[in-house]
Design a protein around this ligand. Structure first.
Ligand code: ADP
Ligand code: ADP
Length: 542
C-alpha cells in the first residue's frame, strides 16, 4: 500500500511516492497505542466559512470535538495527557492560538448539524415548530423558515418528514442558534440544487453579516466552492491516521484535490487526476433504441400532484442523467417505468426489466453484506465482479458486516452494488451520491460508467450533484414545474441543451476553471453570469 489506503489499492496502480511531512511531526491527538492519530487542525476564522474536503473516517469529527472543547487533545501522548496549557503553547504563533486560548478558557459555544439527518427522529418527539422554536436564539428563525421553504411542514411531526425536509429543518435549527462556532457536517444530502444554493447563501450570510466562525464538511464540490472562503484538504488512511492541511484558497484546494497532488505538502493523494470536459460531449448519432415510451400522465389523490411526461427514447448503453427539483415527479416517473405504478393516460407497459435503487435506501435486514449480495448475483466473487463492482465501491472491507450495522455511506455503496449486480434491461439509480464522500462519488461514477460500457447496459441516474452528472451522463432528461403541485418531464436530450434548460430554470450559470476545466458557479449578476445568460450558455460556455 501507499500509505493512503489500508487495503488493496482501489485505483489502477499506485507507487509509493513519499511520506507526508506531517507524519514526522507529533499528532494533535492519538486515541491510544496503535490507535487513530490526527495531524493538523482546521482553523476557523471569525466572519469566514472554512471548508474541509476529504474522505470520511479520517478524523474530521475528532477535529471538531477538539475545536468544540469536548476532547482535550493529547499531542500524541495518550498515557500522560499534557493539558490545555501545553496544547496552547504548541499552537503559539499559529492562526489557531487565539481560538485554542478561548477553548481552554471554556469560552467557545458551538452549534452543530449532524451528518445523518435521518437519525433526528430517533432523538426528537414533536413537530417541526416545536423543534425549531427551541433553537431560535438569534431571532432569525422566521427568515430561515421562509428561505428554506419549511413553512408547509411546520406543524408536521418530525417522524413524517422526508430526508430533504429533515435536512432543511436541521440546517435552520443550527443556523438559528447564537453561538461562536457553527459546524455543519454535510449540507447537501437530499437537497436539490436550488435548495443547495440557498443553504450555501444562508451559511455565507451568517459568517459575513454576524461575524461568526463556520466550519463545513461538504462533498458536493460545486457547492463547497460557492460556500467556503478557505479550505483544508484532509487525507490519510481511514482508521489509522488523518492529516488536515494548512488552509488553502478554495480554488487551489479543490484544484489540487482534483489533480491528486497537494502542492505545499508535496503529497500525492491519488495517482490520476479527475478530469472534466470543457465542451459538451459529442452527440452519439448511431445508437440502438432500448425503449420508446409514449406521453404519460399521472396524478395522485384528487390531483394534488400531477405529472406530465413527454414521450421519448432511451438508448442502449447510455447513461441518462435525470435532473430537476425535489417533489417534481422524478421518482414517480421511475415507478411508471418499473410498472410499480400505472399511468392515468398512456400505455406504459414497456415490458422492461428494471433494477431500481430508490433514493432512501432501506436495506437493513439482519444479514451479512456478502450473503445479501451473493443472493442477488451468481457473479458474486468472480474476478469481473470483484474488479468492476466490489473494488471501486470499496466493499471488501465491509463484506462481513451486518446490513443493519452499516453507516449511511456504506449502505449506499451496497445498494448501488446490488442494483448493478442484478440482471436487467435498465438500471435506475435514484441519488447514488447521497452520503458518499467526494472520493467515493468519483469512484462510483467511474464504476457506473464502466458498467454501462462493458456490460452494454443502459443506466438512468437521478442526482443533484453537478460534478457527478458531468462525470457520468451521456444525455440529460430535465424535469420542471412547481414542486408538489405539477411536474413536466421533457425528452432526453444532448448534455449541452439539457444543462442549458435545467440551469436556466434555476437562473444559475457556470464558468470553467482555467486550470482544470471544472465547472464553477458564477456569482449572480457578475459580468460572466449576465453574458452567459444573454447567450443562453449556462454550462458549457463557448
Ligand atoms: P470522520 O469524522 O472523518 O469520519 P472521526 O473523527 O469520527 O472521522 O474518526 C476518525 C477515526 O478515529 C476513526 O477510525 C474512529 O474509529 C477513530 N475514533 C473515533 N473516536 C474514537 C475513540 N473515542 N477512541 C478510539 N478511536 C476513535
Ligand atoms: P421527486 O422524485 O422529483 O422528488 P416524487 O415523484 O417523489 O418527486 O413526488 C412528486 C410529488 O408527488 C410530491 O409532492 C410527493 O409528495 C407526491 N407523491 C409522491 N408519491 C405519492 C403518493 N403515493 N401519494 C400521494 N402523493 C404522492
Amino acid at each position: 500500500t501507499c500509505g493512503i489506503c489500508v487495503e488493496k489499492c482501489p485505483f489502477d496502480a499506485i507507487e509509493i511516492i513519499n511520506l507526508p511531512q506531517e507524519l514526522q511531526d507529533e499528532p494533535v491527538h492519538r486515541y491510544g497505542e496503535n490507535a487513530f492519530s490526527l495531524y493538523g487542525l482546521p482553523a476557523p476564522q471569525e466572519g469566514q466559512v472554512t471548508g474541509i474536503l476529504g474522505p470520511n473516517g479520517i478524523g474530521k469529527t475528532t477535529a471538531v470535538r477538539i475545536l468544540a472543547g469536548e476532547l482535550e487533545p493529547n499531542l500524541g501522548r495518550h498515557e500522560a495527557a499534557p493539558g490545555w496549557d501545553e496544547v496552547l503553547e504548541a499552537y503559539r504563533g499559529t492562526e489557531l492560538q487565539d481560538y485554542i486560548a478561548d477553548v481552554r478558557d471554556g469560552d467557545i459555544t458551538i452549534a452543530r448539524k449532524p451528518q445523518y439527518v435521518d437519525q433526528i427522529p430517533n432523538s426528537f418527539d414533536g413537530n417541526t415548530r416545536q423543534l425549531l422554536e427551541r433553537t431560535d436564539e438569534r431571532g432569525a428563525l422566521d427568515e430561515l423558515v421562509e428561505r428554506l421553504s419549511i413553512g408547509p411542514v411546520m406543524e408536521q411531526s418530525i417522524d413524517d418528514l422526508s430526508g430533504g425536509e429533515l435536512q432543511r429543518v436541521a440546517i435552520a435549527a443550527t443556523l438559528a442558534r447564537d453561538t461562536d462556532f457553527y459546524f455543519l457536517d454535510e449540507v447537501t444530502p437530499y437537497l436539490d440544487i436550488g435548495q443547495r444554493v440557498t443553504a450555501a447563501r444562508l451559511i455565507r450570510e451568517l459568517a459575513e453579516e454576524e461575524d461568526k466562525s463556520v466550519l463545513v464538511v461538504e462533498h458536493d464540490l460545486a457547492i463547497l466552492d460557492l460556500l467556503a472562503d478557505t479550505l483544508h484538504v484532509a487525507y490519510g488512511e481511514p482508521g489509522a491516521y488523518g492529516v488536515i492541511t494548512s488552509p488553502k484558497s478554495v480554488r487551489n484546494g479543490i484544484n489540487e484535490y482534483l489533480s491528486g497532488y497537494l502542492d505545499n505538502e508535496n503529497m500525492r493523494i491519488r495517482p490520476n487526476p479527475i478530469e472534466f470536459e470543457e465542451h459538451a460531449p459529442r452527440s452519439v448519432t448511431r445508437a440502438d433504441t432500448l425503449v420508446e415510451y409514449p406521453d404519460l400522465t399521472k396524478s395522485y389523490g384528487d390531483g394534488e400532484f400531477s405529472l406530465e411526461v413527454e414521450g421519448g427514447t432511451i438508448r442502449e448503453n447510455e447513461v441518462l442523467g435525470v435532473v430537476g427539483p425535489n417533489g417534481i415527479g422524478k421518482s414517480t416517473f421511475a415507478k411508471l417505468l418499473t410498472g410499480n405504478l400505472g399511468p392515468d393516460e398512456g400505455d406504459a407497459d414497456l415490458d422492461l426489466n428494471i433494477s431500481y435503487k430508490p433514493q432512501y435506501v432501506t436495506i437493513d435486514q439482519h444479514m451479512r453484506v456478502d450473503a445479501f449480495l451473493s443472493s442477488i448475483t451468481d457473479q458474486f466473487g468472480s474476478s469481473y465482479w470483484n474488479t468492476e463492482i466490489a473494488q471501486p465501491l470499496q466493499l471488501e472491507r465491509i463484506m462481513e458486516q451486518n446490513l443493519s450495522d452499516l453507516s449511511g455511506g456504506e449502505r449506499q455503496r451496497v445498494a448501488i452494488a446490488a442494483c448493478l449486480s442484478d440482471s436487467a434491461d435498465l438500471y435506475l439509480l435514484d441519488e447514488p451520491s447521497a452520503h458518499l464522500d467526494v472520493e467515493q462519488r468519483v469512484q462510483a461514477a467511474k464504476a457506473i460508467r464502466r458498467f454501462a460500457e462493458q456490460q452494454d447496459a443502459t443506466v438512468m441516474v437521478i442526482d443533484h450533484d453537478i460534478y457527478m452528472m458531468d462525470l457520468l451522463a451521456d444525455r440529460l432528461m430535465v424535469f420542471d414545474g412547481e414542486p408538489a403541485v405539477h411536474g413536466r418531464a421533457g425528452q432526453p436530450q444532448q448534455m449541452r441543451d439539457g444543462m442549458n434548460e435545467f440551469l436556466a430554470n434555476l437562473e444559475v450559470t457556470f464558468r470553467r476553471d482555467e486550470r482544470t476545466s471544472r465547472p464553477r458557479i458564477n456569482k449572480p449578476e457578475s459580468q460572466l453570469d449576465r453574458q452567459q445568460k444573454s447567450e443562453g450558455e449556462y454550462y458549457y460556455a463557448p
